[in-house]
Design a protein around this ligand. Structure first.
Ligand code: FA5
Length: 342
């Protein structure tokens, strides 16, 4: 019996040394430990041995079986580690031996257009402000003359958090805080990311950027508003743009306007990017409602002001000829890295 066990040990060592794939290990397991395997055969033949010899041989076979199990498990681990290392070495996108690529990253087109606008507005005496993305009901609605249950809330399908806060639906949410922080006279822009539970299409996203602007001083009128809007558009597009100003309703303006531009994707003929109307809603605006000024600590008898809420993502669409707004959040580097700062 001893010589049989020894022969099996030697066979095991020879086979194990030759194994290079996990399938061969499984074959070995069946050969040695399977129901009809070599170790099982040895155990069965114990019954032919006399008492004392049977006990000793039994112990030796059991310890050989334990060793086979342990060694096969170890070899399995080694093989899968080697397979992983080989996969990493040969992976298409990962080769640590390649020289460093000289390719540089690029700014997202929305960042580019935002920076351009910041430059235009700071050149006209505006400061650039930052504000939270998670805000509360007062900031986003109540301070803007939109009390609870006001139907204007329906226009902005809002993501509420469990703690009662919400994801900013409009950059106007910062108006009140900025009025309180700086007082008058005031010229500020505040770009930011907005969130609405929208059914997305070529010109609607659930996550998009706006850039709010406010100017408050004595004797500010609609003429000032129109002047700043025109200056901004001519600087951004550097080409003649057809603009349309029509009445718009926002509880925080009086009067309020919708400023649309002729769609630059189709030249005004109508396409999916402009919902086939030839016009794109770009920059609603208006004179700040007296209630909003008062809520911000500013006397509406003495001061007036305008505000606008530019659709920054839509502006980037028009500026760069991007037909579908969803491309901006696609993460497609080939598409996004083609934009360069002028
Ligand atoms: C507002 O959000 C107002 N706060 C704007 C405002 C500010 C008016 C100050 C008056 C004074 P509106 O919901 O229309 O308004 O959005 C403003 C702009 O954001 C739109 O014209 C559009 O360009 C852009 N916008 C709105 N919803 C989306 C969306 N789902 N995807 C992409 N852009 C959007």
């Amino acid at each position: 019996m001893k010589s049989k066990i020894q022969a099996l040990r030697e066979d095991f060592e020879a086979r194990l040394a030759a194994v290079s794939v996990p399938e061969a290990l499984e074959e070995m397991r069946v050969f040695f430990l399977g129901k009809k395997g070599a170790v099982t055969d040895l155990l069965k033949s114990l019954r032919d041995l006399p008492g004392e010899e049977r006990k000793e041989a039994g112990q030796e076979i059991n310890s050989f079986r334990d060793e086979v199990e342990k060694r096969l498990a170890e070899a399995g681990r080694r093989l899968s580690e080697a397979a992983l290392a080989a996969a990493i070495r040969t992976a298409k996108h990962y080769n640590p031996t390649l020289p460093r690529r000289e390719e540089k990253g690029s700014y997202h087109p929305i960042t580019l257009v935002q920076r351009e606008l910041e430059e235009i507005f700071t050149g006209m005496g505006f400061t650039v402000e930052d504000y939270f993305e998670v805000v509360n009901d007062y900031q986003c609605f109540e301070s803007l003359n939109i009390p609870k249950h006001h139907p204007a809330r329906d226009m902005q399908d809002t993501y509420y958090l469990e703690n009662g806060q919400l994801l900013k639906t409009q950059t106007s949410a910062a108006q009140n805080a900025i009025m309180k922080k700086y007082g008058v006279p005031l010229r500020a822009i505040f770009p930011g990311r907005c969130f609405r539970n929208e059914a997305t299409d070529a010109c609607h996203e659930n996550t998009f950027f706006q850039m709010e602007g406010m100017m408050i001083d004595k004797n500010i009128s609609i003429s000032n508003l129109i002047y700043f809007m025109k200056t901004m558009l001519s600087e951004v597009f550097r080409q003649p743009i057809n603009v349309r100003l029509r009445p718009g309703f926002f509880p925080f303006t009086e009067p309020g306007f919708e400023l649309d531009i002729n769609c630059l994707i189709c030249g005004g003929k109508g396409c999916p990017s402009c919902k086939n109307s030839g016009w794109l809603e770009l920059c609603p605006c208006g004179m700040i409602h007296p209630n909003v000024l008062r809520e911000g600590g500013i006397d509406p008898e003495e001061y007036t002001g305008f505000a606008f809420g530019l659709g920054l993502t839509r502006l980037a669409m028009m500026k760069y000829g991007v037909k579908d707004i969803r491309d901006f959040n696609s993460g497609d580097l080939a598409a996004l890295s083609q934009f360069v700062s002028e």
